[in-house]
Write a protein that binds this ligand. Structure first.
Ligand code: PMV
Length: 330
């Protein structure tokens, strides 16, 4: 058998309306839809090479062999790909990922979007965006949005089981030109993974039901605001939805608190800058880093305003980025 090989590139995304909670863990089906901006920074480049001489899949990340839980996640994902493709050949996966892993900057999103795209091409599965998005979702929920360029809405899927699996994917939505400044409060691995923490929120937080109902409404409002190019409303919904997610998480037992004092200071600074006429809004995922949403035209001014207030922090300016794509082997 001739070995087959494909390489793909994908970028992280940051949610304006967050995904937090799975109604079906096996199929990675969310309680609510979510909406994100794919970024043009921190690409992941992954190649998948089928090799009949391998008795197991192997995975190297940034030139180091990966073992343990991360390797098992990649193997489980490739098992799903092989099952769908009707194949048994194992693969060598080689990935270069420039996102600080596990820092709440969505490394799993770009990682599984790139892996889904490369593995689909290598194993001969469909490579249309809906199919890739559905597949990437199984690796990590938010990865389904990194298949799509710019603004992506992830549909929660209709009904249950196979029907929901078939209808839960991300697709592009129109909207204004947005950008973000990411303030790296900590590049260290987060203490509790989003996978575990969101399960605990659904099971233990008394605020989870409120999170689900208010996020369903926020997503509808966000889509209307984007369609109307109403940037102010987009920003208000973004900041409020993030704080509601953290409020729901703050109800977890055992306790988890992702935002640090510096994170909170960054939210405060966004509010102060709005008061001074620079329209920026803060958001944060499952970690202390804060992303500041701005109009694309205000990106440099926004970065400069935060650099003055937080000279000790690394600030990354990001514009809207491409969806996952196949590329020539490196
Ligand atoms: O896809 P996961 O399992 O890494 O979860 C991502 C959850 C958040 O980043 C906090 C929110 C989101 O919608 O991306």
């Amino acid at each position: 058998m001739i070995s087959s090989r494909a390489t793909a590139v994908a970028h992280p995304n940051l949610a304006l309306i967050k995904y937090w909670g799975k109604r079906d863990s096996e199929r990675v089906l969310p309680y609510t839809g979510s909406l994100s901006l794919t970024l043009d920074v921190f690409p992941t480049r992954t190649s998948v090479r089928l090799d009949p001489s391998l008795s197991q899949d192997s995975f190297s990340l940034n030139d180091a062999e990966v073992e343990g839980g991360a390797l098992e996640r990649v193997r489980a994902f490739l098992d799903l790909v092989r099952e769908r493709a009707g194949q048994r050949t194992h693969a060598r996966v080689v990935s270069q990922n420039s996102v600080p892993t596990g820092a709440g900057l969505a490394s799993s999103a770009s990682g599984f979007a790139a892996l889904a795209t490369a593995a689909s091409a290598a194993y001969g599965l469909p490579t249309d965006t809906a199919s890739l998005s559905r597949l990437a979702r199984r690796g990590s929920g938010s990865a389904c949005r990194s298949i799509i360029e710019d603004l992506a809405v992830w549909h929660p899927g209709v009904g249950h089981d196979e029907e929901a699996d078939a209808t839960s994917f991300a697709e592009k939505v129109p909207g204004p030109r947005l950008a973000m400044v990411i303030a790296v409060v900590s590049a260290a691995q987060k203490s509790v993974s989003s996978r575990i923490a969101m399960k605990q929120t659904a099971e233990t937080s008394p605020f989870f039901d409120g999170w689900v109902s208010s996020t369903t409404k926020d997503l509808e409002d966000m889509q209307s605001a984007l369609a109307a190019e109403d940037y102010t409303r987009v920003g208000e919904l973004t900041e409020s939805n993030a704080l509601r997610m953290h409020a729901a998480i703050n109800g977890n037992r055992p306790v988890i608190r992702y935002l640090s004092p510096t994170s909170v200071a960054l939210f405060d600074a966004a509010g102060q800058l709005r008061g001074e006429g620079l329209e920026v809004y803060a958001t944060a995922d499952a970690g202390p880093n804060v992303a500041v949403l701005c109009r694309e035209a205000d990106l440099e001014q926004t970065r400069a305003a935060f650099a003055v207030r937080f000279p000790e922090l690394e600030l990354i300016a990001a514009r809207s980025g491409p969806g996952a794509y196949l590329t020539e082997d490196a």
